[in-house]
Design a protein around this ligand. Structure first.
Ligand code: ZN
Length: 739
């Protein structure tokens, strides 16, 4: 066979291969799902109409654009859990940000449960390990001695040395490694569509995944957690506002700290802020406290002295050293990293280590912004977040994934709620600094998403952004003329009326950049978990229940302000007289009946349960404020949920009319003097506890779909259907993509 024949055959073979490959490519669709938390269909429609959102407009014209029905309650954890699992909360077990404690009435964080995991089998385990090490030492010394026929003295001394080794090991292991360390487990139950797809062999990549922490294992893929990841202090986001205005550290309502910047010398200042818990000291503190009652005066005294010392070390500390190097610049040093900052400058990511013991160091990252450098120094610190390359917590799967991403793209925010909403809400941070922080987070995340998208290692790609939600919560006041602070804030910042729209244009730009990286046959889905409504009035449900006689306070109690921090320090938050309380509220828009036989101090007899529920429902539906109804609907849990976990959640769920939302204090079980009070906070737009029918999310696709209405639960079923897969017992309905 001559050369030209051979070449012809090879050419035919190659072209057949290509044809097969393209047909294969044509066959296996690639799907990209972009999530934009809180993107509202009305604002998208307006932006499209005003010609500000060309890429969303293109999707609408060539494909589909629908309002996406959200979950009840319309809260992000609930909606995103339904998005990923395709089931209702009665099956995926996420009913909101907060839940009630199993055996008590106290509010608890409802996304992850933090158990205490014994390390190395606790003290017994460590003694055993030390014994094994000591024995190995003894045996090896003995064998060496035997081999070299050493004298008996040698053998006795090696015995002594081994015992010393044993003691040293056990001392180190016992005193320098905590007995137990926190180990988070998710409440979310049921497989996410990305897990099911990966298990079926679909190459899957999920970035900044909502409600996926601790990182869900993908057999054939990679996942980086997003919304739901705590900070290094195991909270939702403990931020710090350091200032020369403060003389003492104090915690504020939303989980932050006001930290004094102390003058040490002429131009030298220092600030010390609390870091993560020191579990070694926490354990020692607990042990000493347990010892105290059974001690005599003398030993009691030394224990009390030790207790006083240990108490100061329960939290590790971060130290900032600040040099006012010139009138417009400071030099900041933390952990041997020194940077210069001018007013309004943001620092690069700074690494900070908290050494719990010679064996355990927690590494975190944070950024800071010099908000003011004048008469006073004001420095905002983001929460200290897990270091993507040294994370003790499972923020990605495989664990090396976050490290690889950091190596390729630089450090990035790992915290779920990575924006400074609370510092702005507490009126410490200024709007411009808040916006820059939001932009910093977007840039870091889009860099990772774009570079990951360009790789040809996925068939299913999902990435989620959160900024539309954050900016809408904080800036709705500029859009809403009826908001209590609208006039004043618009006067101060007239240009901020366009800010939300600017961030919607930012979303549109991201979608355009993603579209450019796709193949013509790829399917692009844009999804948001809920929309937005004005938040003009705070409704204190516990005050209302108290006024209506369903709730009685403990004797001396009047109104009491709670702090988010109280949640994480499991303080006894609720001070109600349970013997006279029929119903109470915690979380965002839920009411629990104090039921006999179910609740620790239940007083409502099961036969009265129905009557009490109906009475509360009727009275709430009849509640009016300035002549307008406040509550649109009151839902029974059996009405809106189905599945094994329905009994775990509250009895009644409220759907407020636009303008109304449950108050911050009620969510923590607190009380205020008025049942309804004007919302004078910068947090001025919301969706939590607003009736879900009023705050749908968005759905767009680059192809028309077979349905004219869609629920967020349907997304998982629709995506799996594209890959000819089916989930297990999903509530969501399949929809066809008309390619
Ligand atoms: Zn939100």
């Amino acid at each position: 066979m001559n050369l030209s024949c051979q070449r012809a055959i090879i050419l035919i073979f190659i072209s057949l291969l290509c044809l097969w490959k393209t047909s294969l490519l044509a066959e296996t669709p690639r799907v990209v799902v972009l999530g934009f938390d809180g993107a509202d269909p009305k604002l998208v429609s307006e932006g499209i109409k005003d010609g500000l959102l060309p890429n969303l407009k293109q999707l609408k014209t060539q494909g589909s654009f629908l309002p996406l029905e959200t979950t009840n309650p319309a809260q992000s954890p609930v909606a995103w859990a339904s998005f990923s699992t395709g089931t209702n909360p009665g099956k995926h077990r996420v009913f909101g940000f907060l839940k009630r404690g199993e055996k008590n009435y106290q509010p608890q964080f409802a996304l992850i449960k933090v158990d205490r995991k014994k390390i190395w089998g606790g003290s017994k385990g460590r003694l055993l390990i030390s014994f094994v090490i000591g024995t190995i030492f003894f045996l090896s010394l003995f064998l060496i001695g035997k081999k070299l026929a050493y004298s008996p003295i040698y053998h006795y001394s090696s015995g002594v040395i081994s015992i010393l080794i044993f003691c040293f090991c056990s001392y180190c292991l016992l005193s320098y490694i905590p007995e137990e360390m926190p180990s988070p487990t998710a409440f979310k139950t049921g497989d996410s569509f990305w897990t099911t797809a990966a298990q079926a062999g679909i190459r899957t990549k999920v970035l900044f995944a909502p409600i996926a922490f601790p990182a869900e294992k993908l057999s054939n893929g990679k996942l980086l957690c997003g919304f739901g990841v705590p900070d290094l202090c195991a909270t939702n986001g403990t931020w710090f506002f350091c200032s020369t205005r403060f003389s003492n550290p104090s915690s504020n309502e939303t989980g932050g700290w006001n930290i004094p910047i102390e003058k040490k010398k002429q131009t030298h200042f220092k600030a010390e802020f609390p870091g993560p818990k020191n579990f070694l000291r926490q354990e020692e503190y607990q042990k000493l406290q347990n010892l105290l009652p059974n001690t005599d005066f003398k030993s009691g005294k030394s224990i009390r002295n030790r207790l006083a010392i240990v108490k100061k070390e329960l939290y590790m500390k971060g130290v900032l050293s600040i040099e006012r190097s010139s009138s417009d610049t400071i030099t900041l040093t933390v952990d041997q990293q020194t940077i210069s900052l001018k007013e309004r400058d943001w620092s690069p990511w700074l690494t900070i280590s908290f050494q719990m013991s010679p064996f355990i160091t927690l590494k975190g990252i944070f950024r800071c912004c010099l908000q003011e450098l004048g008469e006073h120094i004001d420095l905002y610190l983001t929460p200290v977040q897990f270091h993507p390359s040294h994370s003790l917590a499972p923020i990605s799967y495989p664990e090396s994934f976050s490290d690889n991403l950091a190596k390729e793209n630089g450090l990035f925010p790992t915290l779920g709620w990575a924006s400074a909403t609370n510092a702005l809400k507490d009126e410490l941070l200024e709007e411009d600094v808040f916006e820059q922080d939001l932009e910093n987070v977007i840039q870091a995340r889009e860099k990772i998403i774009f570079s990951s998208l360009e790789k040809d290692d996925w068939d299913l790609f999902s990435a989620t952004f959160y900024f539309p939600d954050r900016i809408s919560h904080m800036y709705w006041r500029f859009l809403d003329p009826k908001n209590p602070r609208h006039a004043e804030d618009v006067k101060k910042h007239p240009q901020k009326r366009q800010t939300i729209s600017k961030f919607y244009q930012r979303m549109d730009k991201i979608i355009g950049q993603v579209q450019k990286k796709l193949r013509p046959t790829d399917i692009l889905l844009i999804v948001s978990d809920h929309g937005f409504a004005p938040f003009r009035w705070q409704v204190n449900l516990n005050t209302w229940l108290h006024q209506e006689g369903f709730l009685t306070l403990e004797k001396q109690e009047k109104s009491r302000r709670m702090q988010v921090r109280d949640l994480f320090e499991s303080k006894n938050l609720l001070r109600f007289d349970w013997s006279k309380t029929q119903a109470y509220s915690i979380g965002l828009g839920k009411i629990f009946i104090n039921l006999k036989g179910r609740d620790p101090q239940g007083i409502v007899a099961p036969e009265d349960y129905e009557r009490v529920c109906q009475e509360i429902q009727a009275k709430l539906l009849n509640l009016h404020h300035q002549g307008e109804p406040v509550v649109k609907r009151v839902y029974r849990r059996e009405e809106i949920f189905s599945g094994p976990y329905v009994k775990e959640t509250a009895d009644l769920f409220l759907g407020f009319h636009k303008g109304y939302r449950v108050s911050w204090q009620t969510s923590l079980g607190g009380l205020s003097s008025e049942a309804i009070e004007a919302n004078k906070l910068k947090w001025s737009g919301d969706h939590c506890s607003v009736d879900p029918s009023l705050v749908p999310g968005i759905f767009l696709c680059n192809y028309p779909i077979s349905k004219s209405t869609l629920h967020i639960q349907d997304i998982a079923s629709g995506i799996l259907h594209i890959f000819a897969l089916e989930g297990d017992n999903l509530d969501g309905k399949i929809f066809e993509i008309a390619k």
